[in-house]
Design a protein around this ligand. Sequence first.
Ligand SMILES: [Zn+2]
Length: 158
Amino acid sequence: MDAEKNEEEKNDEKMKIKLIKNGVVIDHIASGRALEVLHILGIGEDYEDEVSLAMNIYSKSMGKKDIVKVENREIKTYEINKIAVIAPKATINRIRDCRVVKKEKVVLPNEIIGIVKCSNPQCVSNKCREPVKSSFIVVQREPLIISCKYCEREAKGL
Ligand SMILES: [Zn+2]
């Protein structure tokens, strides 16, 4: 459909193949959010394999974007769901032997469970006596507005 976009994807593909053998590439992260993505993956100073991080890379579709590449790391569905909250346009590329074996866009679910903490201290999801997982309903996707299922407090643009 969009020739320019396809060209960008092809270029992305080339770049990935050069830089990673096995692991995961998270592309089209909203600019400035790459460090949060690493945090979601639990990757810190003790991670021993190669990690590359690129911030504010020119992107035709997004203006600027961040990219994270992690060698020898699998990504789990719950991690993808967390990434969707802070980077709703992100794409997850699983790499095996220098080839993209699976490419998927993150999908922000209609209900976000156990990821975002409600800012209302009186909310039942914040009471430690009642172990209720936080739960937010997505009111609007762009820009993101979510509403706590229990107390209806809204959170915007996470
Ligand atoms: Zn709440």
